[in-house]
Design a binder for this molecule. Structure first.
Ligand SMILES: NC(=O)c1ccc[n+]([C@@H]2O[C@H](COP(=O)([O-])OP(=O)(O)OC[C@H]3O[C@@H](n4cnc5c(N)ncnc54)[C@H](OP(=O)(O)O)[C@@H]3O)[C@@H](O)[C@H]2O)c1
Length: 360
């Protein structure tokens, strides 16, 4: 199979021929038709993100394709069927505390390395071997729609956080970092789940207003100016009622104060879900014990999403509650993988999708 291979951190992707993957028990092989390219892929490949990935490897986290071969223990998947290839792989021998990888992207901890060694290559390739349970049927789609369906990889992440926070129809949720790739998707998904109001916060008001103009009056853009108390007051004013939940997607460059401006706006019984990238000292949030306790506030982190979120999100899209037409898409053939990575970096944002097409 043809693949875009990372031979070493800092090297450009190299188009090579790799051995075709072989089907076996517990796994399927998918012909990859479309693979999403994240805005930070260049930083993964140059090593600056310090992702655990053992080159040489065909990278690529997740994709859309058609089932090429199934293992002998597969009961439902049909050959040729369109599927979403889920990159999160959890070890099968540690159900309560699984080791996890993002296939073709990072194995996170040394304990998860055997998963990376076996399910080594990702979706920047013509074929991909993945665990049977990681292939979720999409229903019929046209080949030219495959690129748009890679948006699943973007939409599922905030969906995981909104489900973890138990967002209910009619509630008000604050999305921090709403002009970013995952935060912007979080606004759209919260609306699809029935949020009564989504307070979309960020520093770039024009980007937030663009989201509101596209997604409608339930979205309230609020500019964060960097003064925690004043920012919180603007969030509360825009919410115009209790804030039920905060979904935080602030990146590693942000500060604890930016997180706190929204987090401390929640009502009695409110939920704060942390999904962003703060680390080191910036990640030490000054959450007051007494305030948390007296206000019944729940704080939780969430990494990715549970597996049942995938068919549920597909149903939200099929029902027309999430419109894949909201994304501006740029597609590149596999031979132009490096151009795709550069394009994704230069076109980060809530509407932008960069897609690699291994079928072209
Ligand atoms: N938990 C998970 O499973 C999971 C999965 C994927 C990604 N993530 C994490 O989620 C975070 C967001 O990812 P993303 O791809 O959506 O990022 P992104 O596109 O760069 O968006 C981040 C947004 O944060 C805002 N921001 C606020 N303060 C900032 C600052 N000091 N510097 C830069 N931007 C700032 C920016 O909007 P303004 O300029 O308008 O403020 C920007 O649009 C990352 O840290 C990523 O690692 C988590």
């Amino acid at each position: 199979m043809k693949a875009a291979v990372l031979n070493a951190f800092g090297s450009p992707l190299d188009i090579q021929t790799l051995p075709d993957p072989l089907p076996g028990a517990g796994s399927v092989i998918v012909d990859i038709v479309a693979a999403g390219v994240t805005s930070y892929a260049a930083n993964v490949f140059n090593g600056s993100r310090n992702y655990q990935l053992d080159p040489p490897v065909a990278p690529g986290a997740g994709g859309i394709g058609r089932v090429r071969a199934t293992g002998p223990d597969s009961t439902r998947l049909r050959l040729g069927e369109w599927v979403y290839c889920e990159p999160t792989i959890r070890s099968r021998d540690a159900l309560t505390d699984p080791d996890t990888i993002l296939q073709g992207w990072t194995y996170r901890t040394p304990a998860a390395r055997p998963l990376h060694a076996f399910y080594h290559h990702g979706s920047f390739a013509e074929q991909m071997l993945l665990p049977t349970e990681n292939a979720t049927p999409l229903g019929d789609i046209r080949p030219d729609e495959a690129g748009r369906w890679t948006a699943l990889g973007r939409l599922l992440v905030p969906y995981g956080g909104l489900l973890a926070g138990d967002l209910q129809a009619g509630e008000t949720v604050v999305v921090s970092g709403a002009s970013g790739g995952f935060g912007g998707a979080g606004v759209a998904v919260a609306l699809a789940m029935g949020a009564g109001r989504v307070v979309a916060t960020g520093r770039n008001l024009a980007a937030l207003e663009d989201i509101a103009a596209r997604l409608g009056p339930r979205v309230r853009p609020v500019r964060m100016a960097g003064d925690e108390a004043a920012d919180r007051a603007r969030i509360v004013e825009a919410a115009d009622g209790p804030v039920d939940m905060v979904l935080d997607f602030l990146p590693r460059e942000a500060s604890a104060s930016q997180v706190m401006a929204a987090a401390t706006a929640v009502r009695h019984g409110g939920r704060i879900v942390l999904m962003g990238g703060l680390r080191g000292a910036a990640g030490d949030l000054p959450l007051n014990y007494n305030w948390l306790m007296h206000n019944d506030v729940t704080v939780r982190g969430k990494w990715m999403y549970e597996r049942d979120a995938i068919p549920r999100m597909i149903r939200l899209i099929r029902a027309g509650l999430v419109d894949l037409g909201q994304f501006e898409m740029a597609e590149f053939p596999l031979d132009e993988a490096n151009a795709a990575v550069a394009h994704a970096a230069a076109n980060a944002g809530p509407r932008q999708l960069t897609v690699l097409r291994p079928d072209r």
